[in-house]
Design a protein around this ligand. Structure first.
Ligand SMILES: Cc1ncc(COP(=O)(O)O)c(C=O)c1O
Length: 460
């Protein structure tokens, strides 16, 4: 979700043609979407920024596209266009919109109560499923991946008696304040865009580059770090894959320093039903999974190893009675548990992933072909069901390199032109997700539309 601060040079792209195309595409969007425009105008009367969440304007369209309904890999907008959806709610709908097993489970549970601040039978079953899936024995729940990350940091700080955390440059773990520290020209800097933040986040957050074992070792050296919070592969500043052997070596350093390794698998669950870790034989000390874990219903889970769970429990027992600062009233509610149970048993399975990953590979290969045909110096990275093209010739190795390749204006132009051709991709960088319902025809439509758009703007 990070945005670049400067516009990079655009080798292979004709800037004049981009400007002309942008004007045409904006006009086409307005022409194509009168009903969306009318609803957006109505919404602007009582919704701040005209949308339920101000980020919904980050698509950069002249007004927000309004959704009529969404099913499988298809989103139908208010004007009746059927869009091949490769955004999939930025991973929330990674198992498809309104997947039938989750719809059924929700309907069953909804008639029997939503929330009671007490557990039902599904809770024990979900705990066991998560434990088997991710290899960690002890679990708790939250309403979002953001909250799950926030709570994990609290538990691990309490359990370790240490205040500092380490994150990777260019990371995103939701709106957890602690993680908004970047390296700007090598200097740790609090993100300027934060609103209403009054604490100096740099006091307790250390930021290092991904794939740099020396920097990680140095950051751990003082023995004051509670945990390293990481996506196993960066996905939010453009994709950055770990070097071969990186995590094995990093995990050894983290263990030696008495800190915990937390894998935030919220996006990297695209790698397989047990996330990137399981797909690569790694088990972290703690794990966070949000977004699609309830089939898109708002919920998240986090788990600990036996050792860290015991230390967290001991910290709670040793604390004075009163608020822990961890949890929200609706966390782990009955409806969310039903959704997670259905998702874990019917969607997060090897059988569902196999065709989905094959389709994503077809997409990644197709993207390489289209980019090569237009002789653009761009690379394509795939992590299971997640694929991304980046405006640089070789895959980036860290957040600085990935961030330097971002180009918000060019991304926006491409996304808008695709949208006008009935293809939806995320508004942030160039990420595409394939869900179990994504058909070969959806992939072909995306590739055809991109080919047409690049034909308009490349200078080849
Ligand atoms: C890796 C990662 N963790 C956590 C989050 C936060 O998820 P949510 O916004 O659902 O809280 C995100 C959101 O993009 C994410 O990419």
């Amino acid at each position: 979700m990070n945005q670049p601060t400067t516009t990079p040079a655009r080798p292979g792209i004709d800037v004049q043609r981009c400007a002309a195309l942008l004007e045409r595409e904006r006009a086409a969007f307005v022409r194509r979407n009168p009903r969306s425009q009318a609803i957006a105008a109505q919404a602007s009367e009582h919704l701040m920024f005209g949308v339920p969440l101000h980020w919904m304007n980050d698509w950069g369209t002249p007004f927000a596209l309004q959704v009529a309904h969404a099913q499988g890999a298809t989103l139908t907008d208010a004007d009746g266009h059927l869009l091949a959806d490769f955004c999939l709610g930025d991973t929330g709908a990674m198992y498809g919109h309104a997947p039938a097993p989750v719809v059924d489970a929700l309907a069953r549970q909804a008639a029997r109560g939503f929330t009671a601040m007490l557990p039902g039978e599904d809770a024990a079953a979900v705990g066991a499923l998560l434990s088997a899936r991710f290899g960690l024995p002890s679990w708790q729940f939250a309403l979002s991946a953001t909250d799950a990350n926030r709570f994990v940091l609290r538990w691990l700080r309490a359990a370790s008696g240490r205040r500092k955390i380490i994150v990777f440059n260019g990371c995103y773990h939701g709106t957890v304040d602690d993680v908004y520290v970047d390296l700007v020209d090598g200097i740790p800097s609090q993100r300027d865009s934060l609103l209403g933040q009054v604490h100096d986040l740099r006091l307790h957050t250390v930021v290092v580059e991904f794939n740099d074992l020396g920097a990680l070792e140095a950051a751990l050296a003082a023995g004051d770090v509670a945990c390293v919070l990481a996506e196993p592969a960066l996905t939010n500043i453009g994709m950055v894959l770990p070097d071969a052997g990186y995590w094995e070596a990093a995990q050894a350093l983290i263990r030696r320093a008495g800190a915990a390794l937390v894998f935030d698998e919220t996006h990297t669950i695209s790698a397989g039903p047990g996330g990137y870790g399981r797909a690569h034989g790694l088990v972290a000390d703690a794990l966070v999974i949000g977004k699609p874990v309830g089939g898109g219903l708002a919920c998240a889970a986090y788990g600990f190893s036996a050792e860290w769970a015991a230390r967290a429990v001991a910290a709670k027992r040793a604390a004075p009675p009163g608020h822990s600062g961890i949890g929200t009233t609706l966390s782990g509610n009955l409806l969310a548990m039903a959704a997670m149970r259905a998702t874990l048993t019917t969607l997060m399975t090897a059988a569902v992933y196999a065709p989905m990953l094959a389709q994503a590979t077809r997409l990644a290969d197709g993207l390489r072909g289209v980019i090569a045909a237009h002789r653009l110096p761009w690379c394509v990275t795939q992590l299971g069901a997640r694929t991304e093209f980046q405006f640089r010739a070789t895959p980036p190795r860290n957040g600085s390199q990935a961030g330097a390749a971002l180009d918000a204006d060019l991304e926006h132009l491409i996304h808008l032109a695709l949208l006008n051709r009935c293809v939806l991709i995320t508004p942030f960088h160039n990420m595409m997700l394939v869900c179990p319902a994504t058909a070969a025809g959806d992939v072909d439509r995306l590739l055809g539309a991109l080919d047409e758009v690049l034909g308009e703007i490349s200078d080849g």
